[in-house]
Design a protein around this ligand. Structure first.
Ligand SMILES: [Mg+2]
Length: 310
Protein backbone atom coordinates (compact mmCIF):
# COMPACT_ATOMS: atom_id res chain seq x y z
CA UNK A 1 0.00 0.00 0.00
CA UNK A 2 1.46 3.32 -0.94
CA UNK A 3 1.91 5.94 1.67
CA UNK A 4 -0.33 8.90 1.07
CA UNK A 5 2.41 11.31 1.90
CA UNK A 6 4.34 10.20 -1.13
CA UNK A 7 1.65 11.26 -3.52
CA UNK A 8 1.30 14.72 -4.76
CA UNK A 9 -1.99 16.06 -3.80
CA UNK A 10 -4.93 15.77 -1.69
CA UNK A 11 -6.87 17.30 1.05
CA UNK A 12 -10.37 18.20 1.11
CA UNK A 13 -11.01 21.61 1.75
CA UNK A 14 -12.26 24.86 1.34
CA UNK A 15 -14.73 23.56 -1.06
CA UNK A 16 -16.40 22.08 1.93
CA UNK A 17 -15.86 25.33 3.63
CA UNK A 18 -18.92 27.40 4.20
CA UNK A 19 -17.54 30.52 2.74
CA UNK A 20 -16.37 28.80 -0.38
CA UNK A 21 -19.43 26.79 -1.07
CA UNK A 22 -21.53 29.77 -0.39
CA UNK A 23 -20.18 31.12 -3.64
CA UNK A 24 -20.93 28.05 -5.60
CA UNK A 25 -22.27 28.94 -9.01
CA UNK A 26 -23.35 25.45 -9.93
CA UNK A 27 -26.16 25.37 -7.43
CA UNK A 28 -27.76 28.24 -9.26
CA UNK A 29 -27.64 26.62 -12.62
CA UNK A 30 -28.15 22.92 -12.10
CA UNK A 31 -31.85 22.00 -12.36
CA UNK A 32 -31.36 18.81 -10.40
CA UNK A 33 -29.67 20.64 -7.58
CA UNK A 34 -32.29 23.35 -7.62
CA UNK A 35 -35.01 20.75 -7.32
CA UNK A 36 -33.26 19.01 -4.47
CA UNK A 37 -32.47 22.15 -2.62
CA UNK A 38 -35.89 23.69 -2.86
CA UNK A 39 -37.84 20.60 -2.02
CA UNK A 40 -39.07 20.11 1.50
CA UNK A 41 -40.85 16.92 0.74
CA UNK A 42 -38.91 13.69 0.73
CA UNK A 43 -41.43 12.17 -1.56
CA UNK A 44 -40.71 14.76 -4.20
CA UNK A 45 -37.01 14.30 -4.23
CA UNK A 46 -33.98 12.29 -3.95
CA UNK A 47 -34.34 8.63 -4.37
CA UNK A 48 -32.00 7.70 -7.16
CA UNK A 49 -31.76 4.48 -9.01
CA UNK A 50 -28.55 4.21 -10.91
CA UNK A 51 -28.81 2.48 -14.19
CA UNK A 52 -25.72 0.56 -15.08
CA UNK A 53 -24.62 -2.19 -17.40
CA UNK A 54 -25.48 -5.66 -16.24
CA UNK A 55 -21.82 -6.47 -16.53
CA UNK A 56 -21.02 -4.60 -13.37
CA UNK A 57 -22.43 -4.34 -9.94
CA UNK A 58 -24.40 -1.28 -9.15
CA UNK A 59 -25.87 0.47 -6.20
CA UNK A 60 -29.54 -0.39 -6.41
CA UNK A 61 -31.00 2.58 -4.65
CA UNK A 62 -29.32 5.72 -3.65
CA UNK A 63 -30.86 8.53 -1.74
CA UNK A 64 -29.52 12.01 -1.47
CA UNK A 65 -30.25 14.22 1.46
CA UNK A 66 -32.64 16.90 0.37
CA UNK A 67 -32.41 19.11 3.36
CA UNK A 68 -35.68 18.08 4.95
CA UNK A 69 -36.16 17.78 8.67
CA UNK A 70 -35.44 14.62 10.55
CA UNK A 71 -39.11 13.81 10.68
CA UNK A 72 -39.33 14.04 6.93
CA UNK A 73 -36.69 11.46 6.28
CA UNK A 74 -38.15 8.19 5.12
CA UNK A 75 -37.21 4.91 6.66
CA UNK A 76 -34.41 2.71 5.60
CA UNK A 77 -34.42 1.59 2.04
CA UNK A 78 -32.70 -1.67 1.37
CA UNK A 79 -31.86 -3.37 -1.84
CA UNK A 80 -34.45 -6.08 -1.60
CA UNK A 81 -37.08 -7.91 0.36
CA UNK A 82 -34.71 -10.59 1.58
CA UNK A 83 -32.49 -7.99 3.08
CA UNK A 84 -35.38 -6.26 4.74
CA UNK A 85 -36.46 -9.51 6.36
CA UNK A 86 -32.94 -10.24 7.45
CA UNK A 87 -32.68 -6.82 8.99
CA UNK A 88 -35.87 -7.41 10.91
CA UNK A 89 -34.72 -10.70 12.40
CA UNK A 90 -31.17 -9.74 13.15
CA UNK A 91 -30.42 -6.03 13.05
CA UNK A 92 -27.45 -5.14 10.96
CA UNK A 93 -25.20 -2.43 12.25
CA UNK A 94 -25.37 0.66 10.12
CA UNK A 95 -21.98 2.10 9.39
CA UNK A 96 -21.66 5.50 7.73
CA UNK A 97 -18.70 6.00 5.44
CA UNK A 98 -17.23 9.29 4.27
CA UNK A 99 -16.09 9.65 0.65
CA UNK A 100 -13.10 11.94 0.31
CA UNK A 101 -9.86 10.55 1.68
CA UNK A 102 -11.67 7.51 3.02
CA UNK A 103 -12.96 5.92 -0.18
CA UNK A 104 -11.15 8.03 -2.74
CA UNK A 105 -8.09 10.24 -2.98
CA UNK A 106 -9.71 13.57 -3.68
CA UNK A 107 -6.59 15.54 -2.83
CA UNK A 108 -4.45 13.46 -5.10
CA UNK A 109 -6.66 14.30 -8.05
CA UNK A 110 -6.99 17.94 -7.04
CA UNK A 111 -3.24 18.34 -6.76
CA UNK A 112 -2.73 16.75 -10.14
CA UNK A 113 -5.23 19.20 -11.58
CA UNK A 114 -3.54 22.16 -9.91
CA UNK A 115 -0.18 21.08 -11.27
CA UNK A 116 -1.42 20.50 -14.80
CA UNK A 117 -3.57 23.62 -15.03
CA UNK A 118 -1.73 26.13 -12.86
CA UNK A 119 1.72 24.71 -12.28
CA UNK A 120 1.06 24.46 -8.55
CA UNK A 121 3.07 21.83 -6.70
CA UNK A 122 1.49 20.42 -3.57
CA UNK A 123 1.52 17.07 -1.85
CA UNK A 124 -0.55 15.50 0.87
CA UNK A 125 2.01 16.36 3.49
CA UNK A 126 1.46 20.07 2.79
CA UNK A 127 -2.14 19.99 3.99
CA UNK A 128 -1.93 20.62 7.69
CA UNK A 129 -5.55 21.78 7.45
CA UNK A 130 -8.24 20.90 4.97
CA UNK A 131 -8.76 24.45 3.81
CA UNK A 132 -7.19 25.03 0.45
CA UNK A 133 -6.94 28.80 0.56
CA UNK A 134 -4.70 28.52 3.61
CA UNK A 135 -2.52 25.92 1.96
CA UNK A 136 -2.34 27.66 -1.39
CA UNK A 137 -1.87 31.04 0.24
CA UNK A 138 -4.54 32.70 -1.84
CA UNK A 139 -7.93 34.26 -1.30
CA UNK A 140 -10.97 32.16 -0.52
CA UNK A 141 -12.51 33.36 -3.75
CA UNK A 142 -9.57 32.22 -5.81
CA UNK A 143 -9.37 28.81 -4.18
CA UNK A 144 -13.09 28.45 -4.74
CA UNK A 145 -12.61 29.21 -8.41
CA UNK A 146 -9.87 26.59 -8.70
CA UNK A 147 -11.91 23.92 -6.94
CA UNK A 148 -14.90 24.53 -9.16
CA UNK A 149 -12.73 24.40 -12.24
CA UNK A 150 -11.52 21.09 -10.88
CA UNK A 151 -15.11 19.87 -10.63
CA UNK A 152 -15.51 20.44 -14.34
CA UNK A 153 -12.34 18.59 -15.23
CA UNK A 154 -11.59 14.99 -16.01
CA UNK A 155 -9.27 15.02 -13.03
CA UNK A 156 -12.40 15.10 -10.88
CA UNK A 157 -14.81 13.02 -12.92
CA UNK A 158 -12.35 10.29 -13.80
CA UNK A 159 -9.17 10.95 -11.90
CA UNK A 160 -9.93 10.18 -8.27
CA UNK A 161 -8.25 6.88 -7.35
CA UNK A 162 -9.72 4.63 -4.73
CA UNK A 163 -8.10 4.17 -1.35
CA UNK A 164 -6.27 0.83 -1.40
CA UNK A 165 -7.99 -1.94 0.52
CA UNK A 166 -11.32 -0.15 0.81
CA UNK A 167 -13.20 -2.23 -1.74
CA UNK A 168 -12.03 -5.54 -0.31
CA UNK A 169 -12.77 -4.54 3.28
CA UNK A 170 -16.18 -3.08 2.45
CA UNK A 171 -17.09 -6.19 0.51
CA UNK A 172 -16.32 -8.35 3.53
CA UNK A 173 -18.17 -5.99 5.86
CA UNK A 174 -21.25 -5.90 3.67
CA UNK A 175 -21.29 -9.69 3.67
CA UNK A 176 -21.06 -9.73 7.45
CA UNK A 177 -23.38 -8.01 9.90
CA UNK A 178 -22.94 -4.48 8.63
CA UNK A 179 -25.15 -2.28 6.54
CA UNK A 180 -23.13 0.36 4.77
CA UNK A 181 -24.27 3.84 3.87
CA UNK A 182 -22.38 6.86 2.58
CA UNK A 183 -22.54 10.10 4.53
CA UNK A 184 -20.60 12.82 2.77
CA UNK A 185 -20.46 16.55 3.25
CA UNK A 186 -20.28 16.99 -0.51
CA UNK A 187 -22.69 19.38 -2.08
CA UNK A 188 -25.58 18.59 -4.32
CA UNK A 189 -23.80 20.31 -7.19
CA UNK A 190 -21.47 17.35 -7.53
CA UNK A 191 -24.06 14.78 -6.64
CA UNK A 192 -24.32 13.07 -10.02
CA UNK A 193 -20.59 12.74 -10.46
CA UNK A 194 -20.29 11.41 -6.93
CA UNK A 195 -22.99 8.80 -7.45
CA UNK A 196 -21.42 7.72 -10.70
CA UNK A 197 -18.01 7.42 -9.09
CA UNK A 198 -19.41 5.37 -6.21
CA UNK A 199 -21.25 3.15 -8.63
CA UNK A 200 -18.14 2.65 -10.71
CA UNK A 201 -15.81 1.80 -7.85
CA UNK A 202 -18.02 0.56 -5.02
CA UNK A 203 -21.16 -0.54 -6.82
CA UNK A 204 -23.59 -2.64 -4.82
CA UNK A 205 -21.95 -2.02 -1.46
CA UNK A 206 -23.84 0.99 -0.15
CA UNK A 207 -27.52 0.94 0.62
CA UNK A 208 -27.93 4.70 0.62
CA UNK A 209 -25.96 7.86 0.01
CA UNK A 210 -26.53 11.04 1.98
CA UNK A 211 -25.19 14.42 0.95
CA UNK A 212 -24.73 16.92 3.76
CA UNK A 213 -24.65 19.74 1.22
CA UNK A 214 -22.38 21.64 3.51
CA UNK A 215 -21.68 25.26 2.88
CA UNK A 216 -23.81 25.43 -0.23
CA UNK A 217 -25.24 28.65 -1.55
CA UNK A 218 -28.65 27.12 -1.97
CA UNK A 219 -30.39 24.38 -0.12
CA UNK A 220 -30.19 23.32 3.44
CA UNK A 221 -27.23 21.59 4.88
CA UNK A 222 -27.26 18.96 7.53
CA UNK A 223 -24.68 18.10 10.13
CA UNK A 224 -23.17 14.67 9.82
CA UNK A 225 -24.13 13.92 13.40
CA UNK A 226 -27.77 14.71 12.60
CA UNK A 227 -27.72 12.50 9.54
CA UNK A 228 -26.11 9.61 11.41
CA UNK A 229 -28.56 9.93 14.27
CA UNK A 230 -31.55 10.10 12.00
CA UNK A 231 -30.63 7.12 9.86
CA UNK A 232 -29.45 5.04 12.79
CA UNK A 233 -25.78 4.87 11.86
CA UNK A 234 -23.84 3.65 14.87
CA UNK A 235 -20.39 4.29 13.51
CA UNK A 236 -18.93 6.96 11.24
CA UNK A 237 -15.70 6.41 9.34
CA UNK A 238 -14.26 9.83 8.49
CA UNK A 239 -10.91 11.54 8.08
CA UNK A 240 -12.06 14.94 9.30
CA UNK A 241 -11.39 15.48 13.01
CA UNK A 242 -14.10 18.14 13.17
CA UNK A 243 -16.75 15.67 12.10
CA UNK A 244 -15.24 13.07 14.40
CA UNK A 245 -15.59 15.40 17.37
CA UNK A 246 -19.07 16.49 16.39
CA UNK A 247 -20.30 12.91 16.11
CA UNK A 248 -18.55 11.69 19.23
CA UNK A 249 -20.16 14.52 21.18
CA UNK A 250 -23.49 13.23 19.88
CA UNK A 251 -22.71 9.74 21.16
CA UNK A 252 -21.73 8.21 17.84
CA UNK A 253 -18.66 6.03 17.55
CA UNK A 254 -16.10 7.28 15.08
CA UNK A 255 -13.22 5.68 13.29
CA UNK A 256 -10.94 8.58 12.40
CA UNK A 257 -9.33 7.55 9.15
CA UNK A 258 -5.74 8.79 9.09
CA UNK A 259 -4.24 6.80 6.25
CA UNK A 260 -0.92 5.42 7.37
CA UNK A 261 -0.80 8.23 9.91
CA UNK A 262 0.09 10.53 7.02
CA UNK A 263 -2.95 12.79 6.82
CA UNK A 264 -1.61 15.94 8.48
CA UNK A 265 -5.08 17.46 8.93
CA UNK A 266 -6.50 14.33 10.49
CA UNK A 267 -5.32 14.84 14.06
CA UNK A 268 -7.38 15.38 17.18
CA UNK A 269 -6.59 18.26 19.49
CA UNK A 270 -4.70 17.30 22.62
CA UNK A 271 -7.55 18.34 24.89
CA UNK A 272 -11.16 19.40 24.92
CA UNK A 273 -12.58 16.50 22.93
CA UNK A 274 -15.97 15.44 24.25
CA UNK A 275 -16.46 11.68 24.47
CA UNK A 276 -12.96 11.13 23.17
CA UNK A 277 -13.27 7.46 24.07
CA UNK A 278 -15.72 7.10 21.18
CA UNK A 279 -13.07 8.09 18.65
CA UNK A 280 -10.56 5.50 17.49
CA UNK A 281 -7.85 6.31 15.01
CA UNK A 282 -7.45 3.85 12.16
CA UNK A 283 -4.63 3.92 9.65
CA UNK A 284 -5.92 1.63 6.94
CA UNK A 285 -8.95 -0.45 6.05
CA UNK A 286 -7.58 -3.48 7.83
CA UNK A 287 -7.70 -1.52 11.06
CA UNK A 288 -11.23 -0.43 10.22
CA UNK A 289 -12.29 -4.05 10.11
CA UNK A 290 -10.50 -4.82 13.36
CA UNK A 291 -12.07 -1.93 15.22
CA UNK A 292 -15.52 -2.69 13.89
CA UNK A 293 -15.14 -6.28 15.05
CA UNK A 294 -14.36 -4.99 18.53
CA UNK A 295 -17.21 -2.50 18.53
CA UNK A 296 -19.83 -4.74 16.98
CA UNK A 297 -20.78 -6.89 20.00
CA UNK A 298 -21.56 -3.94 22.26
CA UNK A 299 -23.31 -1.99 19.53
CA UNK A 300 -25.30 -5.03 18.49
CA UNK A 301 -26.36 -5.58 22.07
CA UNK A 302 -27.49 -1.99 22.29
CA UNK A 303 -29.50 -2.41 19.11
CA UNK A 304 -31.24 -5.51 20.38
CA UNK A 305 -32.02 -3.90 23.73
CA UNK A 306 -33.46 -0.96 21.89
CA UNK A 307 -35.63 -3.23 19.80
CA UNK A 308 -36.78 -5.19 22.84
CA UNK A 309 -37.68 -1.98 24.61
CA UNK A 310 -39.63 -0.58 21.72
MG1 LIG B 1 -13.29 13.07 4.04
Amino acid sequence: MGRPGLHRGMARTSFFNEEVSSRCHFSRTCPLVRRLCTSNSPSSSSIFSLSSPASRRHTPQIRAWSGGSAQQIPGIITSGTDRRLLATKSPRLRVAVDVDEVLGRFLFALNQFCKDRYGMEYGVSDYWIYEFAKIWNCSQEHSNHIVHEFFKSQHFTEGIPVIPGALEALTRLSEAQYELVVVTSRQHVIQDVTLDWLDRHYGGLFQEVYFGNHFALEGKSRKKSDICKTIGAKVLIDDNPSYAQECAAAGINVLLYDWDGAYPWSKLPASGVVNKELIRVVRDWGEVEQELALLAPQLQQGEEEQQDGS
